[in-house]
Design a protein. Structure first.
Length: 366
């Protein structure tokens, strides 16, 4: 989720902002029942909002030709992902045990959330909604599986660039291998740590994003072709309606076995193009600017949204507010807006503190 400043454009943050709002909406779904309009909107969003981030990551990254520089880039990108992962996770863990320690009866009440940070998966067993499930991401860090999934996918992406990117044949072989490994992992009875089992699927979107960048397809997206985009939207809606329930975080690709993986890839690619087209279309507008600000703070929103959602519900219940029951959709929008705003403020405070500390160290050295 980091940026290559040499080729960065505002539409990229806009696309990330749209996808992040979609993720937060999917995590709330207040008052959304099966078959309702809100639930249907959730299904259309969830089919592609995760692939968008992997697509944009591959689109942005343009490595040098030296293997040594690639190793440096791997370390740099992983540090940008894993240091915040560890920091946010420990912060949430401390808040969680402080808030809940009076309800803890055994030592494992303290240890399981900590193990969840290490394992970085919502649960142990597949299917996720099975009896005897062991839940891990308990301390409001349920969205942070994404960070470790991105880390594993980044490693796979670099292996692809080093080993397979010199010929067309190798590229197709690599994509086929990623798809077949995803199929092999689909029905194993456990959810693997750090989303190893789904990363072989997710890296395909990074490769796709790189190809979009290399062949300058984004320049073509900036043009009209209204009928083409209308057709893609119709195809996307039809495929989502046929796909079944999708949740990549728990390896839920859809309702058609291994075919669902292929369908998910197609939906992810279509969705990534549609998100990009929308972002390009509103670039330069007030709405686009707001979304680009949100898109520039996605890491903190991943880390803190569940904590903010929890306290919203807590205070609404504490003060016996009826907004949750009377206006569930409006309440959901309020929670998303508050979460996004607080995360942006938090990021700016952290940035300010870092600048002050850096200046303090520099003045001390001088």
């Amino acid at each position: 989720m980091d940026r290559d400043k040499k080729c960065y454009e505002e539409w990229i943050d806009i696309a990330k902002g749209i996808a992040m709002l979609a993720i937060m909406y999917s995590h709330i779904r207040s008052g959304i029942s099966d078959g309702g309009g809100g639930y249907q909107l959730y299904r259309y969003l969830e089919a592609s909002f995760i692939p968008v981030f992997f697509f944009l990551s591959g689109f942005l990254y343009h490595p040098g030709v030296e293997i040594s520089s690639w190793k440096y880039e791997v370390r740099k990108r992983l540090k940008r992902l894993l240091i915040p992962y560890l920091g946010y996770s420990l912060l949430l863990y401390c808040i969680y045990i402080t808030w809940n320690h009076s309800n803890f009866k055994e030592i494992e009440d303290y240890l399981w959330p900590l193990f969840g940070i290490i394992y970085s998966r919502a649960g142990l067993f597949y299917p996720y909604y099975s009896s005897g499930q062991r839940y891990f991401l308990l301390c409001w860090n349920g969205a942070f599986w994404f960070i470790t999934a991105m880390s594993i996918s980044t490693l796979l992406y670099f292996i692809y660039l080093i080993k397979c990117n010199d010929t067309e044949v190798k590229r197709y072989i690599a994509l086929t291998i990623c798809f077949l490994i995803s199929c092999l992992f689909r029905n194993i009875p456990v959810l693997l740590p750090w989303s190893i089992d789904t990363s072989f699927c997710l890296v395909i979107f990074m490769i796709f994003g790189r190809n979009i960048s290399v062949y300058k397809i984004i320049d073509k997206l900036k043009k009209g072709y209204s009928m083409v985009w209308l057709l893609l939207i119709v195809v996307y809606i039809v495929l989502v309606n046929e796909a079944g329930d999708i949740n990549i975080s728990i390896r839920q690709y859809g309702s058609y076995g291994s075919v669902s993986i292929l369908l998910y890839i197609v939906l992810g690619l279509l969705g990534s193009l549609l998100y990009s087209k929308i972002a390009i279309s509103i670039q330069g507008t007030i709405v686009g600017r707001v979304l680009s600000i949100i898109g520039a703070h996605t890491l903190s929103m991943l880390g803190l949204q569940f904590l903010i959602f929890f306290f919203c519900d807590y205070f609404a219940d504490f003060y016996n507010l009826q907004i949750m029951q009377l206006y569930p959709f409006a309440y959901s929008i309020m929670k998303i807006t508050l979460s996004a705003g607080l995360c942006i403020v938090f990021d700016n405070i952290v940035c300010f503190v870092n600048i002050m500390l850096r200046r303090s160290r520099q003045s001390g050295v001088a």
